[in-house]
Design a protein around this ligand. Sequence first.
Ligand SMILES: Nc1nc2c(ncn2[C@@H]2O[C@H](COP(=O)(O)OP(=O)(O)O)[C@@H](O)[C@H]2O)c(=O)[nH]1
Ligand SMILES: [Mg+2]
Length: 266
Amino acid sequence: MEGVWLHNMEVRRRSAEEKAMERRHTKQLRVVVVGHWHSGKSSVGNTILGRKEFDLRRTSKCASRQGEVAGRLVSVVEAPGWWNTYRLVDSLQLNKQELQCSLVRSVRLCAPGPHAQLLVIQADALFTETESRVLREHVELLGATVWNHILVLFTCGDWLGETPIEQHIEGEGDVLQRLVDTCRNRYHVLNNQDRAGHTQVTELLDKVEEMVARNDGYFLVEVPKPPPPKTKRKHAGFMVLCPPYLSVLGLALPETLENWTHCMSV
Ligand SMILES: Nc1nc2c(ncn2[C@@H]2O[C@H](COP(=O)(O)OP(=O)(O)O)[C@@H](O)[C@H]2O)c(=O)[nH]1
Ligand SMILES: [Mg+2]
């Protein structure tokens, strides 16, 4: 008799625990904030969490903060930014790999996976063809499917004044419109100077949840395999530095490998 009672109690306890877990899970929202340097990523994190959690000083590291917002447990990860006019093809291979690893790390910090990527764009600056190209190249370091999980988040809503964001998008022309189209018309605008304006954050979280419902949950990225080490290799008793490294050091590239090994002998 006692055994049956204990069993029933155990079943009831487990079921309650599972329901609580489920509720906690559905109330969780994990977002990664991406964008170029100085676009307002840290400020977005602070506005979402309703307090100063992210440091506005520039950093190349990911930062992760949590808080309860409008009844949800929200995790915000700020990914390292990129230069808005600096194309990947122009950058050193070394930097590209570093940036890709940092972006992957930002997704990993959102375990088991982020619900959305908030792609930050300033509403007070022109969005040019070059910026668009640079942005697309960087975003796609996480794979082309990442676009299904992106919401364009405009900062500097205060700069717009009474102008609706739709009018701004239309006025900016084709380049910005195409980006918003790629993100299936998901966009929002925040004024990070006005953290007391609670509806702007709850509206944003509602839009994210709508996207999550449509995508059937959070997303994962395929982690790119680390490339074989390129910076240094031994060659017949010489330490050879490969071209990207040489250009980092500001050295001219020798014309032949023989010359090269001679000039870099250690
Ligand atoms: N006026 C205004 N300034 C903003 C807004 N969002 C960010 N900023 C400013 O833009 C600068 C860069 O912001 P930050 O969050 O550090 O950008 P991050 O480098 O992308 O993290 C800071 O001086 C912020 O105060 C906004 O909505 N309105
Ligand atoms: Mg920042």
